[in-house]
Write a protein that binds this ligand. Structure first.
Ligand SMILES: Nc1ncnc2c1ncn2[C@@H]1O[C@H](COP(=O)(O)OP(=O)(O)OP(=O)(O)O)[C@@H](O)[C@H]1O
Ligand SMILES: Cc1ncc(C[n+]2csc(CCOP(=O)(O)O)c2C)c(N)n1
Ligand SMILES: [Mg+2]
Ligand SMILES: [Mg+2]
Ligand SMILES: [Mg+2]
Length: 328
């Protein structure tokens, strides 16, 4: 396999977005923006940091990197349009495995009618994938972390900690996964970005959103800081799957707070618009849970407090942070 035959092998046969003018096969891609606001994000997945050959098959690696990016688009309330892939390929990867990896991305992309419109291919020591996504949102409707207000309801979609639990099993166990463990592994390998739910919030006047990549302890603090408010949450009200409660009874609460990679949406909304959030959840079949509320900040900057064992304590950012030595 050489670089150019590889590129030919991953080239889409057709494109789905009518705003695309030039896709793969020139120096850059061209599309004509509509009257909507354009939203773009980039995320990288690196072998040994975000996955290993033990924790992921090639198809999962592709699926997951695009899912992480789509989760960021969802956290902005936007609709996916295009993606671009920069890949570093180590010598021990075969063309068939790479095609399966691209199929993993395509599985999600075709669900949202996203087109692959470009990228870059280089060789290197570890597999690394960098995906750039482009989406759009009605003018002025991008959803920011900075718009939470005192009195808002704090909510989260889905359940927390499942991805961390699946990873735990993949790293430490091996064979003989039960049905519950299989569910947790799937949540780790093939999370569902909450795109439809976020799109359904379009009519709302104001909603703050952040997606859970590092753990809600981190993401809640990001909202508190950006909005200059305190967030109060109740540990008892956090949503956990029955699978994680049964399989990891001693760890699930901690993993729910700092496990990360759940790709759920954490948000705040006024009491008046909470009903619309619940309706969006019902229409899309994605559960949403009230986990606390937004309060006026007590100190000099916004903090997160959690009610745990009949006491309030400060919830510091405690999820995954790169460049701290963890995972190296
Ligand atoms: N190396 C970088 N150069 C320029 N901007 C960056 C860089 N790394 C992060 N950013 C920007 O910093 C902001 C926060 O990025 P961050 O990666 O923490 O958010 P995220 O993508 O939601 O989280 P995660 O990567 O954990 O899923 C974003 O605006 C992002 O574009
Ligand atoms: C093999 C293996 N070891 C550890 C982890 C855990 N992990 C890696 S990156 C990350 C946070 C999100 O990253 P980012 O902030 O870059 O989106 C987490 C929780 C994993 N997935 N696989
Ligand atoms: Mg990022
Ligand atoms: Mg994010
Ligand atoms: Mg991160």
């Amino acid at each position: 396999m050489d670089e150019f035959s590889f590129i030919r092998s991953i080239q889409p046969e057709y494109y789905q977005q009518s705003s695309l003018i030039k896709g793969i096969d020139d120096d850059a891609a061209v599309f004509r923006p509509t009257d909507r606001d354009i939203v773009t994000a980039v995320d990288t997945m690196v072998e040994g940091v975000h996955f290993s050959r033990e924790t992921m098959e090639p198809a999962h690696i592709g699926y997951r990197v695009l899912a992480a990016n789509l989760s960021d688009l969802a956290a902005m309330g936007s609709t996916p349009l295009f993606y671009m892939v920069s890949i570093t390929i180590p010598p021990n990867w075969q063309q068939e495995e790479l095609e399966v990896l691209y199929d993993g991305m395509n599985q999600l992309a075709s669900r949202y009618k996203m087109d692959l419109i470009g990228g870059d291919t280089v060789s290197g020591r570890e597999l690394s994938l960098t995906v750039t996504v482009i989406g759009s949102v009605p003018k002025e409707k991008a959803r920011y972390r900075s718009v939470a207000k005192p009195g808002d309801i704090l909510f989260v979609t889905g359940t927390l900690g499942d991805s961390r639990a699946g990873l735990e099993w993949l790293l430490n166990d091996g064979k003989g996964a039960t049905e519950d463990i299989t569910y947790l592994i799937e949540r780790h390998r093939e999370p569902t970005p909450r795109v439809e739910f976020a799109e359904q919030l379009e009519e709302l006047e104001r909603v703050a959103l952040n997606d859970v990549s590092d753990g809600i302890a981190n993401e809640a603090n990001e909202i508190a800081e950006a909005s200059d408010v305190d967030l109060h949450m109740d540990l008892e009200s956090l949503p956990f799957s029955k699978q994680i409660r049964i399989s990891y009874p001693d760890q699930y609460e901690e993993w729910g707070l700092s496990g990360g990679e759940d790709f759920e949406l954490l948000g705040t909304v006024s009491e008046a618009e909470w009903i619309s959030v619940k309706e969006a959840a019902e229409r899309t079949g994605i559960p949403v849970t009230k986990i606390g509320q937004v309060n006026v900040k007590q100190g000099s900057s916004g903090v997160v407090k959690i009610y745990k064992k009949q006491q309030w304590e400060v919830l510091k950012p405690s999820g995954y942070t790169h460049l701290t030595g963890e995972g190296e």
